[in-house]
Design a protein around this ligand. Sequence first.
Ligand SMILES: [Zn+2]
Length: 73
Amino acid sequence: MPIWCPECNAMLADGTEECPRCGAHIGAPEPENEFRGSDIAWFSAYTIAIILIPIIVGVGIALLCLFLFFIQN
Ligand SMILES: [Zn+2]
C-alpha cells in the first residue's frame, strides 16, 4: 500500500520515514507518542507520590498530636 507525502504529495514506498523529494518526516510517530505518554504517566505518578507522602505524614502527625492532646485533658 503506497503512501503519499503530506507536504508535496509525492508517492512513497510504504515504510518510508522521510520524503526523498522534500525531506518531510513521514513515519508515524504514534508509538513514540505512546512511549512518551507512559513516561509522562510514570512521571506524574512519581510526582503525586512525592507530593502526597509528606501531606499524609504531616496529617498523620497532626492527628497524633490532636489525639495525644485530647488524651492528656
Ligand atoms: Zn514530500
